[in-house]
Design a protein around this ligand. Structure first.
Ligand SMILES: NC(=O)c1ccc[n+]([C@@H]2O[C@H](COP(=O)([O-])OP(=O)(O)OC[C@H]3O[C@@H](n4cnc5c(N)ncnc54)[C@H](O)[C@@H]3O)[C@@H](O)[C@H]2O)c1
Ligand SMILES: [Zn+2]
Length: 442
């Protein structure tokens, strides 16, 4: 491979050191929440968010008052986006069917999809009140039929954000708490004196939130590792530097640690994009964060061929991958590791973030190698079951089972089969012995 870095971000070693610091903070904080419950949650909320309300849970009156602060236009916009997300989620739900098949005469195998019974949805809100994240988790959980949906978001500028709370409420949240960061994640998963723990945590967040979910995995389920936003632009000379630079900075503004990577086969586009980014950083109102992300994590990678671009992109496995080339569908066909694809110059990552209807909670830190993003299927558990309807099937499966159990040395298991062979097949298998071999066709 002849790839060339025109700009490089932080080294892997530096990134690993940052992760280790986050891990340690999260571990100590979760322990504190587990030991001291509500008291710890309140102290942490005071410390990180300077917020200490009478109750972290919003009452129905408080929710109604907050929603009343929105204009009709704002409410209609929120509803439009939520409807797009729910429509796509409904279509995806319809693609998941329960099945029941007869694999051998009298042998019935099936699976059914059962909603997770309670979920905790985290909606980020430290730097920006992320209204859309409420559609992605809360509304999607509603489509899945989750019977208990609780939602947490930090205060924004000292108070609950009306738009976020409206989206949570309209999406179908049963309990809403104004609580952020590790304390929200810990309280939802571990429970406190006032919060019943949930079975699964979902939703994106900063490095602390993502790490807290990761550490709690096992105690509860999690959707996926969805930390600080990452973006990649794969572009050739079918597009210009303005669009590439805009798309890179558009996501770098999320925080101080959002990687943005350009992968291209054009040196001209690469160089022009670098100078366009400098120009835009002079006028973008959120340049404070975007500039730091770009300095520390921005990368420009020049490749020789489309094959090389594909290989680099799969290796990085970025959360968002915007493809603007003369062969976008070729990337769709061939890419294997990413969060979501945004194909062609007419769409862009912020459409997916806010409005178009695909889920914006997506895998970061290479998690796209083993999972896609949040979707209605993550709220459903697929459980199998089996039945044997006839004596013949009980005998046939029992005989094979008897011998296969003993092949592994499991005498007790073999007897579970043998007792059925004796009872339903009338064949006398001595206790603990393998069933005699009969041709399955007999
Ligand atoms: N992967 C995805 O799908 C996806 C989608 C949307 C957003 N995001 C990411 O979500 C993140 C949102 O981050 P945010 O910070 O704005 O909001 P956030 O709600 O995730 O985090 C805010 C909370 O972080 C806690 N916190 C802040 N500083 C802390 C510290 N030093 N130690 C411990 N806790 C601390 C506070 O309790 C605060 O309430 C961004 O990084 C964004 O890129 C990811
Ligand atoms: Zn974004």
């Amino acid at each position: 491979m002849a790839i060339e870095y025109l700009k490089r971000g932080k080294s892997d070693a530096d990134r690993a050191e940052d992760d280790a610091k986050t891990r340690a903070v999260v571990e100590a904080t979760l322990k504190d929440i587990e030991t001291r419950g509500d008291a710890a949650v309140r102290e942490l909320s005071e410390k990180f968010d300077n917020y200490s309300p009478a109750s972290f849970r919003l009452s129905q009156d408080e929710i109604d008052d907050l929603i009343a602060q929105l204009s009709d236009r704002e409410l209609a916009d929120i509803k439009f986006a939520q409807e797009q997300v729910m429509n796509f989620a409904r279509a995806q739900r319809a693609s998941m069917t329960d099945i029941e098949v007869e694999t051998l005469p009298g042998v019935i195998l099936g699976h059914k999809n059962i909603p997770v019974q309670s979920v905790g949805c985290y909606v980020p809100g430290g730097k920006f009140p992320m209204v859309a994240s409420a559609h992605m988790s809360v509304a999607t959980a509603s489509v899945a039929g989750v019977p208990r949906i609780i939602a947490c978001t930090p205060p924004f500028q000292g108070k609950p954000n009306p738009a976020v709370i409206a989206a949570m409420h309209l999406g179908g949240a049963h309990e809403i708490y104004v609580m952020g960061g590790i304390q929200a994640i810990g309280a939802m998963a571990l429970g406190t004196e006032t919060i019943d723990p949930v079975h699964m945590l979902v939703g994106p967040g900063n490095a602390f939130v993502a790490e807290a979910k990761r550490q709690l995995f096992g105690r509860v389920g999690i959707d996926l590792f969805a930390g600080p936003t990452e973006t990649m632009v794969i572009a050739d000379e079918t597009v210009d530097a303005e669009i590439c630079a805009t798309d890179l900075l558009g996501q770098a503004e999320h925080g101080y640690n959002s990687p943005a990577v350009l992968v291209t086969n054009s040196r001209k586009l690469a160089e022009e994009t670098l100078s366009e980014i400098d120009r835009l950083l002079g006028i973008l109102p959120t340049a404070d964060t975007a500039r730091v992300s770009w300095q520390d994590y921005g990368e420009v990678i020049l490749c020789d061929s489309y094959d090389e671009m594909l290989q680099v992109a799969d290796e990085i496995a970025s959360e968002h991958v915007q493809v603007m080339t003369d062969r976008d569908d070729w990337f769709l066909e061939n890419m294997t590791c990413y969060g979501a694809l945004f194909l062609g110059p007419r769409t862009n990552v912020s459409n997916g973030d806010k409005v178009i209807g695909t889920n914006h909670t997506l895998p970061t830190k290479k998690a796209g190698r083993y999972t896609g993003g949040l979707w209605v299927g993550k709220f459903l558990k697929t459980h199998s079951y089996q039945k044997i309807l006839t004596d013949e099937a009980a005998t046939l499966i029992g005989e094979y089972g008897s011998r296969l159990c003993l092949l592994e040395g499991f005498v007790g298991h073999a007897e579970q089969c043998n007792v059925r062979v004796r009872r339903y097949g009338g064949i006398n298998v001595p206790y603990g012995a393998p069933a005699p071999y009969r041709d399955a066709a007999e």
